[in-house]
Write a protein that binds this ligand. Structure first.
Ligand SMILES: Cc1ncc(C[n+]2csc(CCOP(=O)(O)OP(=O)(O)O)c2C)c(N)n1
Ligand SMILES: [Mg+2]
Length: 331
């Protein structure tokens, strides 16, 4: 694991600090059936710690539902509902509306219970996309968290619109005809920002405190919020199971997956920005799904990452929040 971004002092006093930073209460319990080194299961566990008890989770079909709810067991220690592949955001918004109605009628205590919908990249960026857009546009008090492992992993590593360019999947195999996935990853963050949401963020369980802080912040928003969490998948990425955290860090250190937030329209990095980004090859070489990629193809990917990184940097540097803009226009 690279430790460049963790202060040595925190590592030295880890046992002292960790329990103060992270709740010991477990809402996603061990004993589930996730693969070894699954970053998605880790991210769910951290998300639940950040959300706390007063939460209802709506879970689209996908790896996390399959591994956590094998009859007659469950890993969930929170109210949890499994729904179809495309409609987590619809059900999550229904849960929110239902809780509101029950509170109004005095049928449940008058306290805030957060509705949180979760789905994989397929369930969010592809098949559940209209449900997500609708829920966000209607302005529900709903947090949606996408756990993006960059393919339909539960059903056998089929490509999704979250799959990176040239990654090999079972429906975009690398061979004589094509060198893996033929299109660039969809930038769903920008589409969420275009919905004018109060809070949108990217995150990774490789930076657990940053991720949990974002979930907490999104939970407090009284309205729609979206968190896009990149989760490494040793099975689908063909990477050793002990590199889940290392790869998560490399995704940020190379700029392949920028970690930032957009609050009220203002872009901000939330981690110390690397002075010099590492080459994308450092990220790709540990993953069998990119094994076939040639040096010339890596150059194309590097150029794309450089351009997207600069486009984001300009947004961080120049964007103003809607509140700031409103105030400026008043003057
Ligand atoms: C309408 C419909 N189509 C297809 C499926 C089969 N199916 C279930 S989960 C899944 C893939 C899930 O992928 P993703 O959302 O990325 O989650 P992951 O398993 O990768 O965590 C598919 C294709 C289904 N359940 N319903
Ligand atoms: Mg997936």
């Amino acid at each position: 694991m690279t430790t460049s971004t963790i202060s040595p002092k925190i590592i030295e006093n880890f046992d002292l600090y960790a329990p103060k930073l992270v709740s010991k209460e477990e809402f996603f319990s061990p004993g589930h059936r996730a693969c070894q080194g699954c970053a998605e299961a880790l991210a769910i566990r951290l998300m639940c710690k950040a959300l706390g008890r007063d939460t209802v989770i709506t879970n689209a079909t996908g790896c996390m539902e399959v591994i956590s709810s094998l009859y007659p067991t469950t890993a969930w220690n929170l109210p949890w509902i499994h729904v179809a592949f495309p409609n987590a955001a619809s059900v999550g918004s229904g849960v929110e509306a239902g809780l509101k109605a029950l509170r109004r009628k005095g049928r449940i205590p008058d306290k805030r219970v957060k509705s949180v919908a979760i789905g994989g990249d397929g369930g969010t960026m592809d098949i559940g996309f209209q449900a997500l857009s609708g829920a966000m546009e209607r302005g529900h008090d709903l947090l949606y968290v996408c756990f993006d492992n960059e393919a339909y992993m539960n059903t056998g590593i089929q490509r999704s619109s979250g799959t990176p360019f040239l990654a090999a999947t079972t429906t975009a195999p690398a061979g004589k005809v094509i060198p893996g996935n033929q299109v660039w990853k969809k930038n769903v963050m920008e589409i969420m920002v275009a919905h004018n949401l109060p809070y949108v963020a990217t995150a990774s369980p490789a930076y657990p405190i940053d991720f949990m802080n974002k979930v907490k912040k999104a939970r407090e928003v009284n309205g729609p919020a979206y968190v896009h969490c990149l989760v490494t998948c040793p099975t689908g990425w063909r990477s050793p199971s002990d590199t889940a955290i290392q790869l998560g860090r490399l995704a940020w250190e190379t700029g392949v997956f920028p970690i930032y937030e957009v609050e009220d329209g203002k872009y901000r990095y939330t981690l110390p920005v690397p002075e010099k980004r590492r080459p994308v090859e450092d990220y790709m070489k540990g993953q069998g799904r990119f094994r076939h990629v040639t040096p010339d193809q890596i150059k194309v990917i590097q150029e794309r990452v450089d351009v997207e990184w600069e486009a984001l940097r300009l947004k961080v540097e120049n964007s103003q929040s809607r509140t700031e803009i409103r105030e400026r226009l008043k003057k």
